[in-house]
Design a binder for this molecule. Structure first.
Ligand code: SF4
Length: 72
């Protein structure tokens, strides 16, 4: 007998530093409702996976952020 288990893909936000000019304060940072985005100087932003709620606001705001599948 075959039983099917619910399968839920783990999504995560992927940051593409190559799309970021890294010469300004990230305008998406204050838009993140979870406070999950941080930036050191003008470097490309990073996302704290533990804080991120996968709301997608950053993905809609800037193409540096992409909703991807967890590869770990
Ligand atoms: S998906 Fe939402 S919570 Fe996660 S980093 Fe982007 S804006 Fe923040």
């Amino acid at each position: 007998m075959v039983s099917w288990l619910p399968y839920k893909k783990e999504l995560m936000i992927v940051v593409h530093p190559e799309y970021c000019p890294q010469n300004h304060r990230c305008p998406v940072l204050p838009k993140c409702p979870a406070g999950a985005i941080s930036q050191h100087g003008f470097a490309a932003p990073t996302v704290d996976r533990d804080k991120c709620s996968d709301c997608g606001v950053c993905v809609k705001s800037c193409n540096v952020f992409e909703q991807g599948e967890d590869q770990s």
